[in-house]
Every structure is written in C-alpha cells, then in structure tokens.
Design a protein. Structure first.
Length: 436
C-alpha cells in the first residue's frame, strides 16, 4: 500500500510528488505529464506570467524554469514572453529530475478502502493508498455558457479544445470572453487566416501594462511591489499570503476567488489584437440556434437592444467553473462525504454545476481523512493564486506536511499483507514510521 498516490501530473501534481519523494514517502504519480499545456492550448500561445513566477516547486527551490532554460543555452528573462511549448517541455524536464516516474494511466475512480483508498485505472490493476492527493488541473471544469449547450456539438467548442487553429482559415468565428484565453485565441485565429469576432459582456477590455524592471529604487518597490501574480500590494497579498486568505469568512473567500485578478490581456498581445479583431463589447449572449451548418447568436446590449451574429463556429473562451460535483472520478459516496463550501455566484448568472469546492484544512486536507486537493478546486479556500502555476509553491510543501501528519496518525504499516494484498503495489507489507 502506497503512502500517497497523486492523481494528476500537471504543475501541482508534479510539485506535490517532488516534495513527497524528497520526504521519503512511497509515492506514485498517475496521469499524462503537463497534459493541459501539451494537449489543450493552441500552438503559438505564450505564457502570460513572468518566467520567474512560473516555477514548479521542489525542495530548496531546485529545478526552476531558469535552470531548464540554461540547459538549452537560453534565458528566461523578465519582460520577455515565453512560448507555451517551452513551458510544457520544462514541466517534462522537471518530472524527470524531481519526481518519481509518472505512470501515464487514466484514473477512473477513487473510492474508500478500509482506512485508505482504492484507485482504479483504465489500464491495469487497482492501487491501494493510505492517502490521495487530487491535482486534476482544470479540464474537468470546462465552462460552456448555458446558451450554447443546446447546440449540436459541431457548432461550438471551448478554447481548450484546440491545438491547431489553422483549421478555421477563411471562416467567421465568434470568440466569447474577455480574458487572456479569448484575446489570444482571437488573435491567433486572425493570424491563421480566420475572421474572428470577439463577443464580451464587459463594456471594455482590460490590458496589463508593461512590467516594471525587477531592479528599481526602493521607493518604487515599496509603492508597487512585485509578486508572483503581478505588481501592487493587492496582488502581493493574494500571491504571498494564501494562508491569510483561508482565515477569512467563507463568503469573503468565495468572492475573492471568483472576482480578484479578473480577465485581462497580456501587454505583449495588445498590438496583435487591436485593429485586427473586431469586438462587440457590452454584448450578452442570450440565445444560440443552428442555422444549417452555421450558428446564429442572439446578443443583447447594455441598452437592451438585440443584435444577431451569424458565424460558422463559436469558441467559448469562458474559463473553468470548479465544483466537486463535476469530478466524476470520485466515488459517489466519497464525494458526498466531503464537506463543501457554498459555490460562488456565477458572473453570468448561470447556475453553478455540481457542488461547491471542498472545504480544506491549512494543509489542503478535506473533511474526509487522507483525501487532499491541489490546484483550482482549492481557490475558494486559499485565494486566486491557486488558479496559477505560482500557487504550486505554496501548496506542495504544506500538502505533503499534511500527508505526513495523517500517516503518523494512522500509525505504521502493518507487517502482514492483510485484506486486499493482491491489490497492493510496490512496498506492500513494509514497516514504516513517520518522524516529526
């Protein structure tokens, strides 16, 4: 029986695994490494965050993004956008250097088993684990506006569905949203020869400004400090004080997670977007119907006027809406046993899908002993930094500390094989203690 099974091999899962391995735990990592970055982002995209704030986490700060770039003879410079492909390759390099070998299997169910868990996969025998960390990323929580859901599947998609946008060359494409994903998808469509149009409820687009130099006079740094989530004291608080966010009232935390660090485009994208992509701002989508092979969108302006937009395809760059009820790999009984927070109101008024996010301890443990969470589902507990790679640095060590505490509470592994021995992976039957 393993000490810990990590489900998911993105930045959070790999970081947790690196800390667990360094702590001497028997840990296994299940999933496709960096899957959402490798499989669900169009070619040509760039990392929005600064390279120095996009590190995966290993003890001692080892295996940073700059270390990987140095192996290529390149630099990860402040103020220079980094291709998504480079970041994906960095994640794979980190996995080879810092974490146990990733097992590329699809987890189909996590269910209680005695005092631990049974993890079933599509490719082999089940595993048994004393603790589980779910670091499933964002893909289970893809959000489509309600108005699109009655359309035939060929008429619409999500921005995370596309690796190659050249397929849309010559076609009119409506891109829904006002954040980086929407703006960059629209720009890439235009550059691929498509005819995109951005549709957003917001009356104006927000653009990040050119980042300030890292080396600045002290007075400037104190007035507008750098942080992993941008400059300014507000961003610094969300970036550096997730533990303090968790101590706020639940309703306040939910509002912060849902609204802070809202939609904005990267400074380096603005010239590629403006003048090339028409935008219908202040237009809310209320209806979508098929018109032959095309799609007709019914929009409403802030003044209540109706607008009809006829396009070949609709891409919803409308982000992700996390909820425990959408996590299908959790056994239904286990899912219902996990205490959840009240879901935040959706900005578009669409009812939330499934239950809210799990309530978590300071060590990312849910109300069900031994079940831990990392990544997007933890944002309502720890704040908006959990929506970004930067949050992995706060999460990994604390979560592994919680795992070690839980293992100590359970006591040493039994010396005999016991019930379920046939399901146990490497390490079954070993005596093990967990020092403070």
């Amino acid at each position: 029986m393993e000490d810990l099974v990590v489900v998911g091999a993105g930045p959070y899962g790999l970081s947790v695994a690196a800390h667990a391995a360094a702590a001497g735990l028997d840990v296994r990592v299940l999933g496709r490494p960096m899957a959402s970055w490798r499989d669900h982002m169009p070619e040509g995209m760039y990392l929005k965050s600064e390279p120095w704030s996009s590190n995966l986490s290993a003890p001692g700060g080892r295996y940073a993004l700059a270390d990987y770039c140095a192996t290529l003879g390149t630099a990860a410079d402040h103020g220079t956008p980094l291709p998504i492909g480079t970041f994906s390759a960095y994640g794979l390099w980190f996995a080879r250097q810092a974490a146990p070998p990733v097992e590329e299997v699809t987890v189909t169910e996590v269910a209680p088993h005695g005092s631990g868990f049974r993890i079933s996969t599509a490719q082999g025998e089940p595993l048994l684990a004393r603790t589980v960390a779910l670091a499933v990323g964002v893909m289970p929580f893809v959000n489509h506006p309600a108005a699109l859901r009655e359309l035939p599947p060929t008429h619409y998609s999500h921005s995370s569905d596309h690796r190659d946008l050249t397929w849309f060359a010559g076609q009119e494409v409506a891109v829904l949203g006002a954040g980086q994903a929407a703006l960059e998808t629209a720009a890439l469509l235009a550059e691929a020869g498509a005819r995109p149009c951005l549709v957003a409820r917001r009356p104006r687009l927000n653009w990040n400004t050119l980042p300030q130099p890292l080396e600045r006079p002290l007075s400037h740094a104190l007035r507008d400090p750098h942080s992993g989530l941008g400059t300014g004291w507000r961003s610094w608080a969300w970036s550096e004080l997730p533990w303090a966010v968790r101590r706020l009232p639940a309703r306040t935390r939910a509002r912060i997670a849902a609204t802070e660090l809202g939609p904005a485009g990267a400074w380096w994208l603005r010239d590629r977007f403006e003048g090339r992509v028409p935008a219908l701002l202040g237009h809310a989508l209320h209806r979508a119907v098929p018109a032959g092979s095309r799609t007709r969108l019914g929009l409403t302006t802030a003044a209540g006027e109706s607008v009809v937009l006829d396009v070949a395809h609709v891409i919803a760059a409308t982000g992700f809406r996390p909820g425990l009820g959408r996590l299908g790999l959790l056994d239904a009984g286990l899912r219902s046993a996990v205490a959840t927070l009240a879901p935040a109101a959706a900005p578009d008024g669409d009812p939330a899908d499934g239950a809210g996010a799990p309530g978590l301890s300071a060590c990312f443990e849910s109300s069900y002993p031994g079940l831990f969470f990392a990544g997007l589902l933890t944002a309502p507990s720890f704040g908006p930094s959990m929506r970004f790679v930067h949050g992995a640095g706060f999460t990994a060590g604390r979560l592994v500390g919680g795992v070690r505490k839980r293992l100590r509470a359970q006591g040493p592994l039994p010396g005999s094989a016991g019930t379920g021995a046939a399901l146990r992976g490497p390490g079954a039957g070993r005596q093990k203690t967990y020092p403070l």
